[in-house]
Design a protein around this ligand. Sequence first.
Ligand code: FAD
Length: 317
Amino acid sequence: MRVIEHLNQAKDTIISFEVLPPLKGRTINSIYDHLDPLMEFKPSWINVTYHRSESMFKKKQDGTFEKVEVRKRPGTVGICAAIMNHYKIDAVPHFICGGFTKRETEDALIDLNFLGVDNVLVLRGDAPKNETAFEPEQEGHRYAIDLLKQVSQLNNGLYLDEDILNGGKTNFCIGVAGYPEKHFEAPNLEIDLRRLKDKVDAGATYIMTQMFFDNQKFYDFVKACRNIGIDVPVIPGLKPITNKKQLSVLPRMFHVDIPTELSNAIMRCKNDEECEKVGTEWLIQQSKELKQFGAPVLHYYTLGKPKIVWNVVKELV
Ligand code: FAD
């Protein structure tokens, strides 16, 4: 089922989870071990992130180094199919511009369609680790909206190869990313919101947000979306803080603020166990308030911490 149908049919706030593909070399069982306990909450769908390859220098036998492209976490499409088959629930692959030509994108979308996956979260992706700015592939997309338009074209049966007449239509429900605290490259929130509206006008049926730790930022964001005419559901992305390192890592990597009350409480903790307790309590409170606000979905980034997310969601049902 498409995400938008889950949203339209929901009578109350629903739950969804997000997982990372396991590191190369691990089996699909690591995904099942991660998700099994969370299934008791009957999530409406599971998102699976996408990780592009990175350049690395590998030492050769003669002592010199060679540059190699390594994908540490492959398998997004296969994991989606496995989740759908194993749990009989929907899976939403993240789909990025970075590293793909338009033709590779089309082929990947055809694979998804054949596997019965009819959801995609369309994203630009970031620059590879060793590069400072995002650069599209030569025949690739520069912005998420360009990728979104390609998916929409395929939904209309239009393939890159113009010889294909009466092409089979896909039926992808397309989600896009939104940033309550602004995307880090946007000059200001207003311009970022206008670009978000462009994505919605081009066919996105819902917005999934970057994580945030202060609900007021989400409320303000939803209000600002409505004020400029974005009327699709806005799904909050939620993540627990579980250690002191995250106080600097999360702002650096995701360009989000940690509220003083939360950072002070984490800094007072003596070990990770105490941090997890504080982070869990904070997320429970955030979730309860968002539910009361009328958030359509609570979407949890489980990222290696399924037990903590379990402890949070248990308090809501
Ligand atoms: P875009 O919508 O293309 O926006 C990128 C920037 O370009 C913004 O600053 C925007 O304001 C600007 N912009 C947009 N259109 C134009 C235009 N026409 N002219 C000039 N500027 C423009 N990354 C991954 O690699 N894998 C994942 O699985 C993944 N999952 C994510 C899930 C969520 C919910 C979120 C919020 C992010 C995720 N990301 C993921 C990170 C994402 O790829 C980065 O944040 C990326 O930098 C931006 O992606 P976007 O889709 O928002 O890009």
